[in-house]
Design a protein around this ligand. Structure first.
Ligand SMILES: [Zn+2]
Length: 506
């Protein structure tokens, strides 16, 4: 995937007089040669000749009247468009301009300093006659104090050195990607270390232990022949390559298997016929299970809110909303969550329903283990303990009912893409037409597909980037493969609302 060098259109620096805006802009320019720099006063000057601060304010007042409160922002956008590329603008004023530019993809910096420091600096410049009045005027006209609330970053210029400020800004605005996976700093929840690893890769490198998987595999295989009602395990399949290879592998180990596909109403119909065929070929019993009865009123509300979110017209404001909700969604995808909210990542909402269905269906069929072909792992970390990377997640929602384990078989068997291919070849399995071996969720789910393009544009990164990253982190696929999968977007003829309505969920 080709990624631009920048996460923002530019850096815009706000702050009261003598807060150090120009100094900071100069430092940024020194470190980032070739970018276009602009001083706010020059934007004003392009509307007329300005000599003093008082005259600038008077002109500002007139221009606000004739061009509206965001005229500086608009003028800056025009100049930036003409110049093309990344812009660093200092000496800007006006709360409304800060909001305007933030919404249009600029990184907003707010500088502050104590009154005494401002006075000292203004005195050195020889124009510190009445600071109190100066600051009061400034605030009355530009509402500078409010900018703090909307800025991406606020620096206290007495506490931080200009070099450090410039470095922090550039770390945010330059696009950086993990050295291992496809997680980048465009994603608001990803932090990259100084060495260039995302938190997940850094932890995986440090804490992943093969011995844990060995123990898990032993516990897993000990269940052969232990099931209560004719089946030892349930295996979720889509008839795709991962699940087919997995089914074959488990069958060879002697498990009595009930293969199944969950029907949510928004998976393509061919999934079920394909899955049934694969199961039949291997002589495994198969069941299609409608899980819509597991949708609680609270999930239904979340589906409705999600449809409404995806109905909204694209705008800079909506982009902000998507990024905020993306972060929010991560706190609410657990089955234990009792909030209704719109989900940017459709899979997180789906998960709330699916996990509960896994548990209930396992008990219903007398098994204690559900095996999935999803390249996932459970990342368990408790306070004061090193995180553990496990293939098994244990569900025990009720203390008086048995636990059910969800096993992610690719991670348990450490099955790589190459091995999957080998197994499939032996089975004589062919890739369905138009399907790639590695793909995003939009390929196999109509809900994810309907959301994909808008999510990508509003977020600035692909909603499945973190999922594919996990596969790269664990060594299942190469970074190149993940990039390729993410670069393909799937055209959906239908809206999220349409898909959910057709599935009888709305
Ligand atoms: Zn990474």
């Amino acid at each position: 995937m080709k990624t631009a060098k920048w996460n923002y259109k530019g850096v815009v620096i706000f702050g009261p007089p003598a807060s150090g805006k120009t100094t900071l802009a100069r430092e940024l320019r020194l470190r980032e040669r070739g970018v276009f720099c602009l001083e706010g006063s020059k934007v004003l000057r392009s509307f007329g000749t300005v000599l003093s601060r008082e005259e600038a304010r008077a002109l500002y007042g007139r221009l606000v009247k004739s061009h509206g409160k965001t005229f500086i922002g608009k003028a800056l956008e025009r100049v930036a468009l003409k110049k093309g590329g990344f812009v660093i603008a200092s000496g800007l004023r006006g709360y409304e301009n800060a909001v305007y530019l933030k919404e249009r993809g600029y990184f907003v910096v707010c500088l502050e300093a104590s009154q005494s420091a401002l006075l000292r600096r203004l005195c050195i410049r020889g124009d510190g006659r009445s600071l109190q009045k100066e600051i009061k005027d400034e605030e009355r006209i530009y509402h500078t104090k409010h900018i703090k609330k909307v800025a991406h970053v606020v620096f206290h210029t007495e506490k931080e050195r200009v070099v450090a400020m410039a470095k922090k800004i550039l770390d945010e605005v330059r696009y950086r990607e993990c050295r291992i996976c496809v997680n980048g700093n465009r994603n608001p929840v990803i932090r990259l270390s100084g060495e260039g690893y995302c938190d997940i890769c850094a932890q995986f490198r440090k804490y992943f232990r093969k011995s844990i998987l060995k123990d898990e595999l032993r516990a897993f295989t000990s269940q052969v022949g232990k099931g209560h009602r004719g089946f030892d395990i349930m295996v979720g399949i889509s008839g795709g390559k991962d699940s087919s290879a997995m089914l074959r592998q488990l069958q060879k180990r002697g498990f009595r298997i009930l293969a199944f596909s969950f029907d949510t109403g928004y998976y393509p119909k061919h999934v079920f016929s394909r899955a049934a065929r694969v199961a039949r070929q291997l002589g495994v019993q198969y069941k299609r299970i409608d899980i819509r009865p597991y949708i609680r009123p609270i999930d239904r509300r979340s589906f409705a809110l999600t449809a409404a979110l995806y109905d909204e017209k694209p705008s800079p404001k909506l982009s902000e909303k998507f990024r905020r909700l993306y972060k929010e969604g991560r706190k609410h995808y657990s089955v234990k969550c009792s909030h209704a909210l719109p989900f940017v990542r459709t899979c997180q909402l789906c998960r709330r329903v699916v996990i509960r269905a896994y548990y209930a269906e396992a008990l219903k069929h007398g098994v204690r283990t559900v095996v999935l072909g999803i390249n996932e792992w459970a990342h368990l970390s408790k306070h004061g303990r090193a995180p553990e990377f496990r293939a098994t997640r244990v569900l025990k929602p009720f203390h008086n009912k048995p636990a059910v384990s969800i096993v992610h078989s690719p991670f348990l068997f450490r099955r790589t893409e190459k091995e999957t291919k080998k197994i499939l070849k032996k089975m004589g399995w062919e890739l369905p037409p138009g399907e790639k071996l590695i793909e995003t969720n939009a390929n196999s789910c109509l809900f994810a597909r309907a959301a994909e393009t808008k999510a990508l544009h509003m977020l600035g990164f692909h909603p499945d980037a973190t999922r594919l990253s996990r596969e790269v982190t664990a060594g299942f696929i190469t970074k190149k493969r993940a990039e390729k999968a993410l670069s393909v977007t799937h055209q959906s003829r239908y809206s999220v609302r349409h898909i959910l309505a057709k599935a009888n969920i709305l």
